[in-house]
Design a protein around this ligand. Structure first.
Ligand SMILES: C[S@@+](CC[C@H](N)C(=O)[O-])C[C@H]1O[C@@H](n2cnc3c(N)ncnc32)[C@H](O)[C@@H]1O
Ligand SMILES: Nc1nc2[nH]cc(C(=O)O)c2c(=O)[nH]1
Ligand code: SF4
Ligand SMILES: [Mg+2]
Length: 230
């Protein structure tokens, strides 16, 4: 599962059906809504290939029509839960705009997890939150103004001593690359990388905590992994 995905180009269909990995109910484990009950929609496929990616998003053959996807979301969603998280894979690899519009029209909140390299036209709505976890030097110009918060995955020994943010490629192990830096007025979360190894992970956790305290970022942990939730 770590980083084995193919890199797939953006496929801008009409959004009437989407390739979906899974729909599941859980607690948001990361970022500004961490701890909130949420229905997750994991879209399939990604346009880049982080060698440490912790997610399977290539094993599904499910391509539901929008009405069926909405029905699946509603089947998983308790009445008290109004948060839908669109993640992946890379959600912006497909045309998720109709899905977003329909979820907002149902009075739900939508949070998108993205790598920030792609963009699609989306409604402006204060119930739509876009959280970007940068993986590259540059982001798509059109998405940067829409990003509410940045969430950097940090690893010990791979950060810039000046700002504490990543100085290492996410695509090629061992390569130095200064990842995109956030505009000054945007919230920054730092999250320790999970390498599937307790000793390495402890070092990443200590790094992320120290950087949060030194630079005033907000630490987030992958709560779901601590709680054995999906
Ligand atoms: C699987 S990605 C999917 C959404 C989008 N492609 C992205 O990268 O933001 C969801 C989140 O998991 C994080 N992530 C992926 N692999 C990780 C790992 N090994 N350790 C910590 N976070 C990881 C990503 O940085 C991102 O914030
Ligand atoms: N519980 C839970 N919270 C999450 N926040 C972001 C996730 C992701 O994979 O995008 C994720 C996830 O996979 N599970
Ligand atoms: S961009 Fe996100 S989904 Fe794609 S490989 Fe990287 S962490 Fe995984
Ligand atoms: Mg995850």
């Amino acid at each position: 599962m770590f980083g084995g995905n193919p890199a797939r180009a953006q496929e801008m269909g009409d959004g009437a059906s989407l390739w979906i990995q899974e729909v599941f109910y859980t607690l948001q484990g990361e970022g500004p809504f961490a701890g909130d009950p949420a229905v997750f929609v994991r879209t399939a496929g990604c346009n880049i290939r982080c060698y440490w990616c912790d997610t399977d998003f290539e094993s599904s053959t499910w391509r539901p029509a929008l009405a069926d996807l909405i029905a699946a979301i509603e089947t998983h969603r308790p009445a008290h839960c109004d948060l839908i998280v669109l993640t992946g894979g890379e959600p912006f690899r497909q045309n998720i705009a109709p899905l977003v519009q329909q979820l907002l029209a149902r009075g739900l909140r939508v949070q998108i997890e993205t790598n920030g390299t792609l963009s699609i036209p989306l409604p402006v709505d204060d119930r739509l939150t876009i959280v970007c976890s940068p993986k590259t030097k540059q982001l798509h110009d059109a998405i940067v103004p829409r990003i509410t918060a940045y969430k950097y995955v940090l690893a010990a020994g791979e950060v810039d001593p000046d700002d504490g943010l990543p100085m290492a490629s996410t695509q090629k192990a061992g390569q130095r690359t200064r990842l995109f830096r956030p505009p000054s007025n945007t919230r920054v979360f730092v999250m320790p990388r999970d390498d599937g190894d307790a000793v390495a992970n402890r070092a990443h956790q200590a790094t992320a905590a120290g950087i949060a305290m030194r630079h005033g970022y907000r630490l987030c942990l992958q709560l779901h992994k601590l709680l054995d939730l999906p």
